[in-house]
Each structure stands twice: as C-alpha cells, then as structure tokens.
Ligand binder design. Structure first.
Ligand code: AMP
Length: 431
C-alpha cells in the first residue's frame, strides 16, 4: 500500500490554479471567489442576507425534512453515530435553514426572511462528471412568504446570477404540485394509469409505483417518457388556490420578461415541495443537466416540528455544474490579481534590508511578493514573470550602499535607477 494519501473519490481540492481531475476541470480558487462574489452582489441587491449553518446536523432533521422515501435519505446520507447522537453531513441546506429559522424564532422579526447560503453539501452518490460526493450549493430561502412574487423573485434571482456571470443559454421549467391535500388524488390517478403498464417500466420505476409514484415522472428514459405522454397531469388535480397562485407566478415572470417552459412532469426529488416547482437546465451539461432547482415548501416547517405552518420558497444551485456550464459556454472568468511588485534581491545584506521594506510597502496597501528560496537573479526574474508582477524592484548590496534600487516596469521593460527613499511614492503612485 502506498503511503501517500489522495482525496476521496467524489471530492476534490480547489487549488490556486485550475487542475484537471477525472470528473472534469476544477476551477481555481480565485474563480470560486469571483463566482461567489457575483452571487453575494446579486443577493445583496435583492436584500437577501447570508446565513451559515453547521455542516453537521441531526440525522432526524434531514430524514423528516426531506422525506424517508427520497433517494437522498434512503441511499445517499453520510450519517454516523456517537453515543446516542445521530449526525449527518448535510446533503442540502433548506432543512437546516428552516431549522435555524425556527430555533432562533426569526418569525418574531416580522416580515419575510430573505436568506442565502453558499457552502459544501455531501451525498453518497456514484461520482461522475457533474455529480460529486462533496459538492457546493448556493441558494436562497424566502421564509414566511406566501406571495407569488416571492416565487417569481426566487427564480429571477437565480437567473440574474447566471446572466451576471455571462451565462445565457439555459431553460427555466415550471410546474405546480398543488398541496398535500390534493396530492393523494393525483397519486391515485397516476398509479391507476401506470399499473397496467408496469411490465414496460424499469425496475426502479416499478418499485416507485408502490413507494413514490410521482418520482416516475422524473424518468430520463425515452421509452418511459413516451408511456407518460398520455398520463394524467398534476395541474388538472390541483386546488383553486394553487391554480391562482401558479397563474400569478407566471404573470410576474412574464412581466419580468423571462421565458420559461411549463413542464407538467416536473416533480423534484424532495418530498417537501408544494405548489411551485422549477428547474433551470443547461443544454451543455449532458447527463447532469440541472443547474438549479427549487420551489415552494410550505410543509417543511411542520414536518420538522413547527406548530405553525410557515410558507417558504427557495432554490438550490450547484457550483460545480455552474463552472462546467461556464467552461462549456467558453466564458472566461477574470484572472487572479497579479502582484503590484516583485522584489528581487542580490546578496545577504540586500535580502535582509528588503524584508522590513517589503513589510512597510504591504502595510501601505501594495501587494508585494519575493522569492523565499534564495535563488539566483535569473530564477527570481522568472518567478516575477510567472506571477505576472507589474513591476520588479531589484536590490543588490552595491545599490543598497548607494541608497539606490532598480525599478523595472514589466510591460514595457523600461528600467531606471531610483533612490530607495523615493520608492514608496513611486510604487503607490502607479497603483
Ligand atoms: P437538489 O438539492 O438535489 O435539488 O440539487 C440542487 C442542485 O445542486 C442541482 O441542480 C445540482 O446543480 C446540484 N447538485 C445536487 N447534487 C449534486 C451532486 N451530487 N454533485 C454536484 N452537484 C449537485
């Protein structure tokens, strides 16, 4: 056995430079910062504030919130026990955010809590491109909001983030799932329609026919999609209020000029959704085409112990899928900022003398780097080039004695001898 350790399959390191892994390119850390910065900016414009919840949550919160029969809870949780306590690495963030809302009585603040998060989630899935075991989600939760404008705003918020990053090629699909009260009648109708066709269904769908028939609507199989063409549709079963709500959501999206498709078979894999459900797909992503998904989850609060119903709507989006879509669309994200100055030193005295100078320049706000390996001037210059430093200050023992240094402008190659005392002014003036 080798002594060296590797990341666990389905997880990856985010390095300062881009790297390729078996599951595609992993964007460099500054690209993550850029995308996260865009997310934060768009959220801020919408008055959405950040919430950070723990990675570890009680297993029961996730099991009850998301639903025992979902793939996530039945197959994909990283769960463990210590003593009597049961923990799970969060597979999503909606149930944790609702827990926080209830735990901290955020309802007492009045109004609607507009919250967002960005962070890692964990699911024990078979790793492949666009599907990992540790991945990152960003999303919003509008808690306490019944108004159809909240549903529309949630969708538009995700869309605005994609557009701000330059991504324009995606499809928004929309459906209404009605309420808990109307779902059994639809389930019964769908089951009655599919039962005589069970022989033509896949094994998974046959199982779902008994356990969770709505999930069959999610199928990716062409043959099953054909079978579903004549199936009863949920919209014919939903109540008047849900119907009116759905109409309002569409009205607001249309007023915002967003084109979307109505998809009667869009159900989403999590149990807590009611009324609005939506997904945003990217055509360039292949098998894992969903960039983001969300909807209304008016039942979640009660499922996890709230005495009152708390209407809420939100979306969750994958960061890795977003990077894959940006890459496929040829969108180049800004480069990492290059240092303002690279300091090259020659000789021990100059090297020692440079150390406090560099510190002072950094304190004045400049980004200054230097070589820590005591390498040759040539190697130091190569490093300055690699780091795309805008200027190089060259300091040698002889120059030091004369109180001088060389200042080289890297774009023009122009080099001049300048008094050391004048350097701070020269460096910051050009920044
Ligand atoms: P979900 O919570 O399943 O609705 O997922 C919301 C979004 O998170 C999806 O549309 C994906 O973009 C992303 N996502 C979910 N699971 C994974 C995963 N295992 N790996 C990477 N991204 C994921």
């Amino acid at each position: 056995m080798s002594d060296s350790f590797q990341t666990i399959p389905g997880t990856f390191d985010i390095l300062p430079d881009a790297q390729s892994s078996s599951a595609g390119t992993v964007a460099p850390s500054h690209a993550w910062q850029h995308v996260e910065g865009t997310i934060r900016r768009v959220m801020q414009r919408h008055g959405v504030r950040e919430i950070r919840t723990p990675i570890l949550e009680p297993t029961a919160l996730i099991a009850r919130g998301i639903g025992q029969l979902t793939d996530i809870v039945s197959k994909e949780m990283f769960a463990f026990e210590r003593g009597d306590a049961h923990y799970v690495l969060r597979p999503e963030v909606t149930a944790p955010v609702m827990r926080a809302y209830l735990q901290h009585h955020l309802a007492q603040l009045g109004g609607v809590q507009r919250l967002f998060y960005v962070g890692p989630c964990f699911r024990a899935e078979r790793p492949q491109k666009g599907r990992y075991r540790q991945f990152h989600q960003f999303g919003t939760e509008y808690i306490g909001a019944d108004d159809a404008r909240a549903d529309a705003e949630t969708i538009l918020l995700a869309v605005d983030i994609y557009r701000e990053l330059g991504l324009t090629d995606f499809t928004v699909r929309l459906n209404s799932l009605g309420t808990a009260a109307t779902r059994p009648a639809y389930k019964a109708a769908l089951t009655a329609y599919l039962r005589p066709l069970a022989g033509q269904l896949s094994e998974t769908s046959r199982e779902r026919l008994e356990s969770n028939p709505l999930r069959i609507l999610d199928t990716k199989s062409e043959a099953e999609r054909k079978l579903l063409e004549a199936a009863p549709v949920m919209l014919d079963f939903i109540d008047e209020e849900s119907r009116a709500h759905y109409k309002d959501v569409k009205k607001h999206l249309e007023a915002a000029g967003l084109s979307f498709e109505e998809d009667p078979f869009l159900v989403r894999g999590l149990d807590y959704y009611t009324r609005t459900a939506f997904e945003i797909d990217s055509p360039v992503l292949g098998a894992q085409s969903t960039l983001a998904g969300g909807g209304r989850y008016d039942l979640l609060a009660s499922e996890i112990g709230s005495k009152q119903e708390v209407p809420a709507v939100g979306f969750a989006a994958g960061m890795e899928r977003l990077f894959l879509a940006l890459e496929a669309a040829g969108i180049v994200l800004p480069e990492a900022a290059a240092p303002d100055v690279f300091v090259v030193t020659l000789g021990d005295r100059a090297t020692d003398h440079a150390f406090p100078l560099i510190r002072a320049w950094r304190q004045s706000g400049l980004s200054v780097v230097y070589d820590l390996k005591g390498r040759s001037m040539k190697a130091q210059m190569r490093e300055a080039n690699r780091q795309q430093a805008r200027r190089v200050v060259i300091l040698g023992d002889a120059e030091l004695d004369a109180g001088m240094a060389q200042l080289k402008q890297m774009d023009t190659g122009e080099q001049q001898s300048v008094p050391l005392s004048g350097l701070p002014g020269l460096l910051s003036a050009a920044t």
